[in-house]
Design a protein around this ligand. Structure first.
Ligand code: 2HG
Ligand code: ZN
Length: 482
């Protein structure tokens, strides 16, 4: 027997949605809806009247029209990998969650235009694999790519490991289609590098976190597949050494750098101890590590020489104390596993507070030094476990609960911890959210960081496009602001 949902859809809406979407497209039993009501970090547990699973943009448009007529909020959800509760409904139980996963077709890959036409529900990993199968590359890589879906990746303007070379999701989106809150399909599916015809609505939707419309399709910019790729894991003393190494690679050949990632010793040791098959391939643990990846469309061993020579000089200068270069694709993937499992390892280590911050590159050492001291003073025994995309100035300045502490007691201090880090980031001219967005977790920071004309302009846009505040309510804007 199915348990009844928290609150039921009005009968007329239920009937209309059922005839539009069919039984596979409308879930109302609590156990069927349950996975969509929780976020990946288990910070938020919401309720919903129904979970919708439309199979096309037309079905999305029909469902959204119906929901808007009935004043029912719509919470778009892709792979449900948000770090900030961006796809979880609130506890009122009045919203519906709209899953994009059934819209999962790649309709075209064009070699002349270097584009992929793709539906919102395709996972990032499937999209990468399809590009590779066509001898091309989709240059966007994030730790959650196995589950994260293209619609969510675009709606949150995901960044990740290759931003340093190819930019954020924003830079890779040529065309876009979205269902707007008035139920109309906004077709911006233009494969154009140049198109100056009024406001860039595409860019308004990218990074809007589902608050302005539901992204249903996109045309992505691809790249030629690299013919040579080299990766190395290096032991370094600290973030300053990592930055000096970055500068050395930039001087040697900036355009070859495809990823430049930083991992603190504390965070790496959590990966080594809590993730099966993640073994450090260096003789000793170090205070910090860097994962470098170089890539080139050219075949041959030029890239390998570049890596070896630049690392050789770095050794002589004392920037690097140990390093391992991947000798095969399997070894390259093993090095990446050591990087990609940080979020999972920190989840397994207990409660954690994440600060997805960015500062100018030159300020990273000060950020790490000052925020480490401040957090240790705040909560003795706190595990300071930063890592991230240092080449972009984006550090995940994460704090893991002291060993053996009570997770709930630790999480009760989350605002104290976030504010402590945020104050330092503000002082260093940074941002409190570099790539994860605002979601519902960080709305409270918006007035002090983006207040005045900036937040007012955002609110005017929101009110013009979604006057009833039905699209992903409670996200981005602090509740009082909209
Ligand atoms: C990553 O870079 C993700 O691995 C997750 O952005 C970061 O867990 C985090 O804070
Ligand atoms: Zn990241």
């Amino acid at each position: 027997m199915s348990m009844p949902s928290h609150s039921s859809l009005p009968a007329a809406l239920h009937e209309a949605l059922l005839s539009l979407l069919g039984p596979a497209g409308l879930l109302t039993a609590q156990e069927d809806m349950s996975p969509a009501l929780n976020d990946w970090r288990n910070l938020f547990r919401g309720q919903a009247m129904a979970v919708l699973r439309p199979a096309s943009a037309e079905e999305c448009a029909g469902a959204i029209k119906l929901c808007v007529q009935h004043g029912v909020p719509v919470v778009p959800q892709g792979g449900n990998t948000s770090m900030v509760g961006g796809a979880t409904p609130d506890e009122s139980g009045h919203a519906v969650v709209l899953l994009t996963g059934r819209m999962n077709k790649i309709s075209a890959i064009d070699h002349a235009d270097l584009t992929m036409t793709i539906e919102a529900g395709v996972t990032l990993k499937a999209a990468q694999e399809a590009a590779l199968a066509a001898d091309l590359m989709l240059p966007l890589s994030i730790s959650s790519e196995g589950s994260a879906e293209i619609g969510g990746v675009i709606a949150t303007n995901a960044g990740g490991n290759n931003t340093v070379r190819y930019g954020n999701a924003r830079e890779l989106v040529l065309g876009l289609e979205a269902v707007m809150p008035d139920g109309r399909i906004l077709n911006l599916m233009r494969r154009l590098r140049k198109d100056n015809t009024g406001y860039a609505l595409k860019h308004l939707l990218i990074g809007s976190e589902g608050t302005l419309g539901l992204i249903t399709r996109a045309i992505l910019q691809l790249q030629p597949r690299p013919r040579s790729v080299e990766a190395a894991l290096c032991a370094v003393a600290d973030a300053q050494a990592a930055l000096d190494l970055f500068a050395a690679f930039r001087r040697a050949e900036a355009t070859a750098i495809q990823a430049f990632e930083f991992m603190s010793g504390v965070s790496m040791s959590l990966v080594n101890t809590l993730i099966e098959g993640a073994t450090l391939p260096l003789s000793e643990a170090a205070p910090a590590y860097v994962l470098i990846e170089l890539a080139s469309p050219r075949e041959g061993d030029a890239l390998r020489s570049l890596l070896e020579e630049t690392l050789g000089t770095a050794f002589e200068e004392g920037l690097v104390s140990d390093a391992v270069i991947a000798e095969s694709e399997t070894q390259r993937l093993a090095l990446w596993k050591l990087r990609e499992e940080h979020a999972e390892a920190q989840k397994r280590a207990g409660a954690s507070v994440k600060n997805d911050v960015s500062v100018p590159l030159s300020a990273i050492p000060a950020l790490i030094e000052r925020a480490t001291a401040a957090c240790q003073a705040l909560i003795p025994g706190i595990r300071v476990a930063p890592f991230g995309h240092i080449g972009d100035g984006n550090i995940h300045f994460n704090l893991v609960q002291p060993e053996g502490a009570d997770p709930a007691t630790f999480l009760a201090r989350d605002h104290d911890i976030m504010n402590t880090v945020a104050d330092i980031v503000l002082d260093l001219d940074g941002s409190f959210s570099a790539e994860h967005g605002v979601g519902q977790l960080k709305t409270y920071l918006m007035p002090s960081w983006r207040g005045g004309a900036e937040l007012d302009t955002m609110r005017h846009i929101k009110e013009a496009i979604d006057p009833q505040n039905l699209f992903n309510p409670g996200k981005i804007f602090p509740s009082a602001a909209i």
